[in-house]
Each structure stands twice: as C-alpha cells, then as structure tokens.
Design a protein around this ligand. Structure first.
Ligand SMILES: [Zn+2]
Ligand SMILES: [Zn+2]
Length: 356
C-alpha cells in the first residue's frame, strides 16, 4: 500500500542537500482488519505543521515513518463487531488518529490525552487506506465535502484550544500565527463570543484571510510595534485570551506582554524540544496572575468539531491539492509557506461518488 513517509531524518527546510530530511512514497504492508476495526479508503490527507517535526525525529528516528493524521475517506470494510456506532460501508468519514483505550488510569480519570495506549492505533493516513478502531471514526455531515472533511482533526484542536481558553463572552482575544490552526481557532473563538479579535501574523496573505474570516484587527509583528498595537486595540488593558498557534520561538515570549492581568495564554503549537522560554515569575505569575497552558491532543473535542465543521469557511485551507504521487512536491510546497495548507489527494473516491 502506497504511503507517504519520512525516509531520512533531518530538517525539511535544511538548505544543505546532504543533511536535509526526506519524504517519499513508500510501500507499506496492509494493516490487518481486526473485529472492531474500520478500513477507510482515504480521499484526502492534509500536511500538518507537525509533520516537519516528525521528519526532524521528534517522535523517533527509525525510518520509514509513515505520515498523515488529518484525513477523510470512505469506509471500505468493517470488522465483524464494528457496528456499535452504526458505521456502514460507504459512509463518508474522518476521525481521530489516536485511539484512547478507556481502561488505563489516565482514561479512568478523564484525561484521555495521557492514555498509555494512545499510540497503538496511530497508523499513517497519508496512504491509500488506513485501518482504525471504530471509536476513532466519525461520519461527516452531509454538507461537508470529503475535501473539507480532512480538516476535522485540526478543527478538533481549535475546539480544544477554545475549551482551554477560559473565554467569557466579550473577552478580547489575540491569536499569534495565521496557519491552519490559527485560522480555525479564529473562527471558533469568533463563534464563542470573542471581541477585539486580533491575528498576529507576518505573512500578508494570511492576515487577509483572517480579516475575511472575522478578525477585527491584524498585526504584522515584523513591521509593526506589537506591544503598541495591542495597547491601542485593548485600550491599554491587554488581551484576556492569547493563543499561540505559530510555534515560533521568536514570538512566544512577547505574547506574555500583550496578555491582560488575569489572562489565559495558550501555547497551542509544537516547539523545538530543546527550546526554553525565559519567564519572569514576578511580572507574569505574581503581578499579572496569568494562566499558562498548552494543548497536546484533542480528546472529547471530535464530536463538537463534527458539529461546527459545517459552519466554518475553509476555502483558503483546501486550495492547494497534490496527488499522492507528487507527495515530494506537496511537502516542498508546504515548507515554502506558499499555501496556508497543503492537501494530498490519496484516491479519487470523491470523484467516483459525485464530488460531494
Ligand atoms: Zn495535525
Ligand atoms: Zn487509556
């Protein structure tokens, strides 16, 4: 089965050809269909901002490492007992790449993101098919195309960011980073009652997307004084919720300064594992009482992500589509930053079923 995989560990943006990481299309063995499993013929699988971190060896260095956890497709086969949620062959679905066991201490305590069996079903979905446990699979609403449906997983992350934000209706919100998570979080926070909604983003096209999708203000952190802009927008009070979706080590510390007293600051991206951010405890935790938090994965958020996906406008996130054979070019396009999101078409199932 053809699968997009990391074939050499290294930075995908390394200018040196000899040390640069590599991605290619590799033949992986078919996954066994267990009695509670669902085999999905993958339609679309999107490249995630975390994929280059995987290429750098963040989760291991044994290549090939199969990629792809933001996918949609059509159910091709069901295990004999995979009927508890009413799934049927032919259903258009998306889902959670992680399976929570429901049995371990973390699951028992309602903290499924720390499930000790979390990776057991984490199978690469940038492939012709993927086989998941039925608990990982969600039927897409009729109005959501398969192309849009591959954004269910990043939408679930935006929902979890909202959950962790402590947002009250009318709170002022700033989001740093206008990539897919930042743009989805923007729309979710808008729905949630955010005001003075501000996108901080150096790429002009991404600032424009944010303005079209509900941002009231944008800040270019490279050409503008971020602190002065934030002061002007918030009348000197700062933002009640500040979300980092950039993963930028240059951006993260400045977000503490634009946070209001009592604010919540969510570091909602992946960061280099050796990066440490200085934190003045007197300024930010004693005098300002900030709540600092992060987001690892998004348990519980999927059912609500299914509910809000029809209400999100994701046109700009689904424009760059490459066929599976051109995965190398797709990753080059992702690394170039030319598109806010790059999607790989793994099969023509949506064409076969009338482009729904
Ligand atoms: Zn992702
Ligand atoms: Zn568990």
């Amino acid at each position: 089965m053809r699968t997009v995989a990391v074939t050499k560990i290294g930075s995908l943006s390394d200018p040196d050809d000899a040390t640069r990481g590599r991605v290619g299309v590799v033949d992986f063995p078919d996954q066994v269909l267990g009695p509670e499993d669902v085999r999905i013929r993958v339609a679309y699988s999107a490249i995630c901002g975390s994929d280059p971190h995987i290429a750098e060896g963040f989760f291991g260095v044994d290549v090939p490492i199969g990629l792809g956890h933001e996918l949609s497709g059509v159910i091709e086969a069901l295990g004999a007992q995979a009927h508890r949620n009413g799934l049927r062959v032919g259903d258009r679905v998306a889902g959670n790449f992680l399976r929570f066991c429901g049995t371990c201490r973390a699951c028992q305590r309602g903290r499924q993101q720390f499930c000790s069996g979390i990776q057991d079903y984490n199978r690469p979905g940038m492939a012709e098919t993927v086989t998941w446990h039925e608990s990982q699979v969600y039927v897409l609403p009729e109005s959501v195309s398969l192309l849009k449906g591959c954004l269910l997983e990043p939408t679930s992350v935006a929902v979890r960011i909202a959950d962790k934000s402590n947002l009250r209706v009318g709170d002022r919100v700033a989001i740093c980073g206008g990539g897919p998570i930042g743009q989805l979080a923007l729309q979710v926070m808008k729905m949630h009652g955010a005001t003075s909604l501000t996108m901080i983003e150096p790429i002009a096209e991404r600032r424009e997307i944010a303005l079209r999708r509900g941002a009231e203000h944008v800040i270019d952190p490279l050409s503008q004084d971020q602190d002065a802009q934030a002061d002007a927008i918030t009348e000197g009070h700062g933002f009640d919720v500040v979300i980092d979706a950039s993963g930028s080590t240059r951006a993260v510390q400045g977000l503490l300064r634009i946070a209001a007293k009592g604010a919540t600051v969510i570091y909602g991206a992946m960061y280099p594992h050796d990066f440490e951010m200085p934190l003045n405890l007197t300024d930010y935790l004693y005098l300002k009482e900030l709540t600092l938090t992060g987001v690892f994965v998004s348990p519980y958020a999927f059912p609500r992500a299914v509910q809000i996906l029809p209400h999100l406008d994701v046109d700009e996130l689904t424009r760059a589509v490459f066929p599976l054979e051109e995965a190398v070019e797709a990753f080059a396009a992702h690394v170039s930053g030319a598109h806010p999101k790059v999607v790989i078409r793994c099969n023509d199932v949506d064409v076969q079923e009338g482009a729904r």
